[in-house]
Design a protein around this ligand. Structure first.
Ligand SMILES: [Zn+2]
Length: 114
């Protein structure tokens, strides 16, 4: 069974076998795939690159709130910054989870045939 990157990331599936879950809890990651035994927790700092994805996810999630707040509700910039900051803090566990899985999938896609 083959799986696309978007469905694989949102279904929390292993990019190698498409069966095992990457995360066993909401924020707790499996050290190895429960299905194919592929190592998920690789070397120290491996998932630092996922911070780039989390940064873009958080930036793009704030933009619509800023646009609606500024042009529709005509809120002050200080209030918009406060709302955006609270939004990113609240969303950070979700961003961590999906950016980590995305990073694992991207690494697998780009190194599978090398
Ligand atoms: Zn697997």
């Amino acid at each position: 069974m083959n799986m696309g990157i978007i469905s694989g990331v949102f279904k929390n599936k292993c990019p190698y076998c498409y069966q095992g879950d990457v995360f066993k809890g909401f924020l707790t990651m499996n050290k190895r795939c429960p299905s194919c035994d592929q190592v998920f927790l690789k070397e120290e700092g491996y998932y630092l690159g996922s911070m780039i994805a989390a940064y873009f996810f958080s930036a793009f999630s704030v933009i619509p709130v800023f646009v609606v707040g500024a042009f529709y509700f005509q809120l002050e910039i200080n209030l918009l910054i406060l709302i955006g900051s609270i939004q990113v803090i609240v969303l950070s566990p979700i961003l961590y989870r999906y950016s980590t899985i995305l990073w694992l999938w991207l690494e697998t896609i780009f190194t599978k045939n090398t």
